[in-house]
Design a binder for this molecule. Structure first.
Ligand code: 3UK
Length: 505
């Protein structure tokens, strides 16, 4: 069990504690053009905190929308909001004015801090709050940078309560409608004291790198909060591609990498071109890690992938395994601090070998922002993530599908992920998504959407070959009766397949 004092400011606990603990001269954040020590980061955060309180006149509990790609100033602004006792509302860089308008409204936003490069969509938001201030905009006399210069250090952290809300994080919305989730100061520390401590065994000489945006809690934890908790460094880079991420791992000698399965798949054929000897741990999350991807990554790098399931509602990863505890095919076991079990349709716990709804309990949990779906996600203290999972006799948890993505065809329950996993083993397949398509005769038919590797042609013969390939490896009733070739799978900014778009295709 984790115990935190009842008065707690998470930014002070991460930043001031690191400086006081002697990490002041260590590198905290590395960006494309600059790198900051903990002491330098602290001075910037303190000045921005004064901008928020003194220049903008924000008061405790006000909500600040943050908009920026991964870069050092975005991180400093985020930490300043927390340190000043305000509430951070980070938003994904690719969101459009329509979606931003909904967030401004739903989260009752009082001020906006926006990277100058992403200004366009903000200007198009209807009903903006009184304060809209740009950062990464040094020549603008009204920018965060210009205002910062007029303030002293230090800024005394706001004396927050451990259970004051400090973060409103919006889900990436694979179904379209983003939901706001509220998190406390103690939740932010709790995620730092679970997965990175027990599973990753993070150390101060680690260098964290990866793709998830800071506006996605996967990235916020993995690239900013986790390194700070142990006095390590986080590399924050914008617009990474498989090639530029590999180049950055080599350049910065990164030790820990966070990204989604699809990104690892794209890095496999390129990995041999880079010196990746610094890497010791690679973490995959956001969607299921197919066995074929785990094996291909290990073949290319020698690294055993750390799979982990997390959720915006629970803030970060709650089931995972590393090192010798890895069991291929399983996500892992509950991260110390969390409990998990499988429930049947009546909410009763089921034993090993039975597929049911995953339920999770731990130091963090779901608190939707004025949303009636709270009752659907949290029942009796257990968080129901919407995933169908199965447990084995040793307590390992195996992902099967999203609860509402289970394909029911001619009376059979078929998990699309299992069919995807088989297809990914075929030499011609780069990416695939398997969904249920409505069908009068069978209820649904299994339909595969396949992206081919370069050098393969989308012929009828290849489609038949892929269908036969599946029939030979798993029960034939699971094979995709319908198979379509497409150029690119529809994915969210966080790398998640948007199955609803495939079903509409
Ligand atoms: C799915 C996985 C199988 C699963 C997230 C790490 O993904 C994150 O949060 P979201 O709110 O989505 C949550 C849902 O995504 N999922 C995530 N990881 C896995 N399915 N295997 C996995 N390893 O359906 C879950 O319910 O976008 C991930 C850390 C923080 C996060 N917010």
């Amino acid at each position: 069990e984790l115990h935190y004092p009842s008065q707690l400011n998470c930014a002070a606990e991460l930043l001031d504690a690191a400086v006081e603990g002697g990490a002041g001269e260590r590198i905290a954040i590395v960006g494309e053009h600059e790198s900051w020590t903990y002491a330098e980061l602290q001075r910037r955060v303190d000045r921005i905190a004064y901008v928020l309180r003194a220049d903008l006149g924000l008061v405790t509990g006000n909500r600040v929308l943050l908009r920026g790609a991964n870069n050092p100033m975005m991180a400093a602004c985020l930490l300043a909001v927390l340190k000043a006792g305000l509430i951070a509302v980070p938003t994904m860089p690719l969101l459009r004015a329509r979606e931003l308008t909904a967030i401004v409204d739903k989260a009752n936003v009082d001020a906006v801090l926006c990277a100058a490069s992403l200004r366009g969509e903000i200007d198009a938001v209807s009903a903006l709050p009184r304060h809209v201030v740009m950062f990464n905009d040094p020549d603008n006399p009204a920018s965060v940078e210009a205002m910062m210069a007029r303030h002293p250090v230090p800024f005394a952290a706001h004396a927050s309560a451990a259970d004051d809300v400090c973060l409103i994080s919006f889900t990436s919305g694979t179904t379209g409608i983003p939901k706001g989730t509220m998190h406390f100061h103690r939740d932010v520390l709790a995620i730092c004291d679970c997965f990175p401590r027990h599973t990753l065994q993070a150390r101060e000489d680690d260098i964290f790198i990866g793709t998830p945006p800071l506006a996605f809690t996967f990235g916020l934890g993995g690239l900013l909060l986790f390194p700070m908790r142990v006095g390590a460094a986080g590399v924050l880079l914008e617009k990474l591609t498989p090639d530029t991420l590999l180049a950055a791992i080599e350049k910065y000698r990164a030790t820990v990498c966070f990204t989604a399965p699809t990104f690892y798949r794209q890095m496999v054929p390129l990995a041999a071109n880079y010196n990746l000897s610094s890497l010791t741990r690679t973490v995959s999350a956001g969607e299921a890690l197919p066995l074929a991807t785990r094996e291909a990554w290990q073949g290319a790098t020698g690294l055993r992938m750390i799979d982990g399931i997390g959720a915006t509602e629970l803030l970060h990863i709650f089931i995972s395994a590393a090192g010798d505890a890895i069991r291929p095919g399983a996500t892992g076991k509950p991260v110390p601090g969390y409990q998990a079990c499988i429930l049947d349709a009546n909410g009763q716990q089921v034993g090993p070998g039975v597929i049911g709804r995953l339920a999770v309990k731990g130091p963090t949990g779901c608190r939707y922002l004025a949303d009636e779906r709270q009752k659907e996600y949290v029942s009796d203290g257990w968080n129901l993530t919407g995933d169908a999972y199965e447990m084995d006799a040793d307590g390992y948890f195996y992902y099967r599908s999203r609860t509402d993505d289970m394909i029911i065809s001619a009376g059979y329950n078929i998990a699309g992920a299992e069919v995807e996993e088989v297809l990914l083993r075929h030499e011609a397949v780069a990416e695939c998504g398997v969904v249920g398509r409505p069908c009068e005769e069978r209820g649904q038919v299994v339909e595969a959407h396949v992206v081919l590797k370069p050098g393969f042609d989308p012929t009828e013969a290849l489609a038949t070959q892929l269908q036969d390939f599946v029939k030979l490896q798993i029960a034939p009733y699971k094979y995709p009766r319908s198979l379509r070739f497409i150029d690119k799978l529809p994915r969210t900014e966080t790398g998640k397949l948007q199955r609803f778009k495939l079903r509409l295709a």
